[in-house]
Design a protein around this ligand. Structure first.
Ligand SMILES: [Zn+2]
Length: 213
């Protein structure tokens, strides 16, 4: 498992504290935005993608040092699955007939991706393993996404039922991921939940400063 996560890449990556704090803020900022407004489709899609990417970053922070290939796979799996919405935007329902989201938003895709990862070798194996984990994080967020309560037909093609989870469950999971990832830095500086809260506040303040003018 360790070898799988590290891959064969010399470059190891781990989200910095600033990136962890920024990701946490980005998720909640996007979700408040999605709740409070009904943005046009393109804006909805772009902000939601940012929140999906931020969720993957927090998850990578908990996993620990991974290769760039694994991280790239996780980000790709966590974001690019939404390209399956394109046919719907173009007016064809062949991927969404009867389900709240395209059929490819289901456990079947996770299983197929996992099998592809298992059967492949080398960098592709590492990339696909990352993509499988990224896809799982995507589906979890989609089940809780504000304003999108149709859920995810996880069991398609066995069932079209849209599975949802309360937002508070996702929000708590995101907080736990953040604190879990943050613990890695405990001892590096002040290193505590208190320091984590201060970092989030500081990042929020610098974001506000940047957009205040
Ligand atoms: Zn999605």
């Amino acid at each position: 498992m360790r070898q799988l996560l590290n891959g064969w890449d010399e470059r190891r990556i781990l989200p910095s504290r600033r990136l962890l704090a920024g990701s946490l803020l980005a998720i909640f900022a996007v979700d408040v935005f999605l709740w409070a407004t009904a943005p046009p489709l393109i804006l909805d899609g772009l902000t939601d993608w940012a929140a999906h990417a931020a969720t993957v970053i927090l998850m990578l922070g908990v996993i620990g040092e991974v290769s760039a290939t694994f991280a790239a796979g996780a980000l790709a799996g966590g974001v690019l699955i939404d390209l399956d919405h394109i046919p719907q935007y173009l007016g064809t329902e062949f991927l969404t007939e009867g389900t709240p989201r395209p059929y490819t938003h289901s456990l079947l895709t996770v299983i197929l991706l996992g099998l592809a990862a298992w059967r492949s070798r080398g960098e592709l194996h590492v990339f696909l393993a990352g993509a499988s984990i990224g896809l799982v994080s995507h589906l979890i967020r989609d089940m809780a996404e504000p304003g999108q309560n149709g859920g995810v037909a996880l069991l398609w093609p066995l069932s079209d039922w849209g599975v949802t989870i309360p937002y508070v469950v996702y929000g708590a999971a995101v907080m736990l991921l953040f604190l879990g990832a943050w613990r890695r830095y405990a001892g590096a500086s002040v290193g505590s939940a208190e320091a984590a809260v201060r970092a989030v506040a500081a990042t929020a303040a610098s974001v506000e400063e940047g957009t205040g003018e």
